[in-house]
Ligand binder design. Sequence first.
Ligand SMILES: [Zn+2]
Ligand SMILES: [Zn+2]
Length: 845
Amino acid sequence: MPEETPKPEAEAKGLRYAPQPIEEKWAARWAADADLYAAEPSTSARKKYYVLEMLPYPSGVLHMGHVRNYSIGDALARQMWMRGYNVLHPMGWDAFGLPAENAAIKAKVHPRQWTLNNITHMKAQMKRLGFAYDWSTEVASCQPEYYRWNQWFFLKFYERGLAYRKKSRVNWCPECATVLANEQVVDGCCWRHEETRVEQRELEQWFLRITQYAEELLAGIEKLPHWPEKVRVMQRNWIGRSEGATVDFTLEGGPAIPVFTTRIDTIFGATSVQLAPEHPVVAELTAGDAKLRAAVGKLVEEQRKAREQGDVGLVEKHGVATGRFAVNPFNGERVAVWVANYVVMEYGTGAIMSVPAHDERDYDFAKKYGLEIRAVIEPRGPEAEKGDAQGLPYTSMDSVLVNSGEFNGLANAEATARMTQRAEQKEFGKGTVTYRLKDWGISRQRYWGTPIPMLYCGKCGIVPVPEKDLPVVLPENVDITLAGGSPLARLEDWVNTKCPKCGGAARRETDTMDTFVDSSWYFYRYTSAQNTSAPFDPAAVAYWFSIDQYIGGVEHAILHLIYSRFWTKVMRDMGMVKNSEPVERLFTQGMVIKDGAKMSKNLGNVVSPDDMIARYGADATRMYCLFASPPDRDLDWQEAGVEGVSRFLSRAYRFVMKHSGRDGRKAVSGDALTGVSTVARALERKLHQTIKRVSHDFEGRWHFNTSIAAIMELVNQLYGAEEQIAAGSVPSDRLRDLQRTLVLLLAPFAPYLAHELWEVLGEKSNLLRVPWPQYDPALAKEDEVEIAVQVNGKLRTRLTVAADSPEEAVRQLALADEKVRASLDGKQVVKAIVVPGKLVNIVVK
Ligand SMILES: [Zn+2]
Ligand SMILES: [Zn+2]
């Protein structure tokens, strides 16, 4: 250990912690070293660690939610570097999207310029915050070098039958003037415009066949144990698998009407068939009956309105009887055919059997229209003993069949299997699986997105743009208005082109892609962002994937995280990647709120990261984000808290500045056991406990609030020992080790201060590569602990015992204590509960 001379200049300057000059000095040094945070190539002998925060939309400025998200990822990246891993920690921009177009209209600036300006600004903010990103792998989805691969993927999907075009009813946001995916409709409103009701329109659209992977997407959730349970549940519900059967009810004098049901076991209770107003058979049923046609027209209208309000399920139920009948193939009974406004074409077959006794909706409908209600299942076992208190509708799956012919007496599950089998044998039905998940509509009538690389030729029909002609570059000079469909459609020069097949006239597709395409595979590009011949280098992806840790907001639990899982599976089937899932571990951080609400301009409760940096420094701002609450919970912003963290950093700074020059002092040797003084031993113990705490938090649930609290306690204890330190009770090499380790522990949370103090301690090495400190369990162990002893909840005495005393020994010691015995007063001991390290509670009576 080199002996150093005291540094008088530190004293002379005063020991006031001024974060700005320190942080600016280091920001400049880091900026000058382009390779500082670069990952080693995939040939590295180190173990790899890919940590990723979700890429932001370049809206203009970072908000506190970003700072929190990135502070978590950055702490982890830095700590993993120190633990010797080869870390990939990239950043990029989800740079296409509507706000750029809105800004273009409002501020008369081109979306490209607006976006690139925002990226420049936000990147500077990230650098000022000290986030350790490898900028050599930066990706921006609005650059042709990136989006050409969106187009390339689209062509590959098309070749594989995974991209197709169809006319469909779409969600239309009048505010965005574009189509929204089902996933982008929240309670009937646009996900961006929470006040704007989504309308329904019919348009030709491009779809990606995500439903082909529905089963695998669902099954794969079970292989993601390191994803938050709430996200797994949300994905499961979104995919929405239901098992059921289709059974043909044959229309008298007409075709078979396949009916979808999840409760074939109740089919003997079907007393009508209900058709969706848009069911193809309805036109035939109403032909020649103007009155009926008008009534059905009204139902169509009601359903359309309900759809616009976002939920057909909430429509007030109406129906009309067609006067026709269909036959239930199980019992040959004739049942009335109705048309009802609550039955939709999109679910199942657009026709249902109505079983009023065992379905809430059917029950309401039957009551309203006076239809027959017939019970065909009954409670069994203990439920049956409750008598007839069950009431209708009775929907339990734990029941037995009655009034069901030869199936009487069977339990539901058994009956379901046998009846499905019967339908298949007799060829009037079959078991089916349906999903709530729909194919992914990716066409958007907007400008600022990836052009869909397809052409329409009068002779050849739909023709893909040849791969060699990619990218189809987004033209620059476009009149952007939010009315009247796609702005690209107005660019005649661009739209009109030649057909690559026949050389004749062709028109370009003028829709652009949903921006969720961009984010479905971007993290693969980070592994080889400069690649010009493929979206990524497969060898690099084989090394880096799966992503070890992905961190972002829970609002992406469905859209982004299902789409990117789908994309990965398609790429695997194309032979491009070996992994089936993109993300091994997912962490969703809580929101940053203030005064009880999410920060928003409207509420005027936004805290600007720039302001916080100017007042307290980047370190204090970042550290506060980690200290104020565990990262998975919401964080209620309190400026007093940032101030508190800043004071702590100041204390840590002063301590090291004051004592870094005292290395030269002679130590006074202390107790016999360790060869050092009691105070030195106590400090050492605290230090090892702190290393243990912080290391465990990194490996566990990331409760960095407790990590930081532990480091604060360590600093407090150092201050508490200042007099003894000044008196030389702590050997110089131990004091030095204390300071060195304190700095290492601070490094993931407050990188600027840590680097500064590292230098103050005379260290020359790159802090990011200094091994993370190890704790010695023997040194971390408390020698003795004080135990409170209570009798019936009343404190009677305190005992000092060895920290590792077995429970039984502590119990006996407590029961044998004189004060305790006196207070027992001859009563009988019922039990003695030991809370290890804390207390013994003796219960007497
Ligand atoms: Zn909208
Ligand atoms: Zn052609």
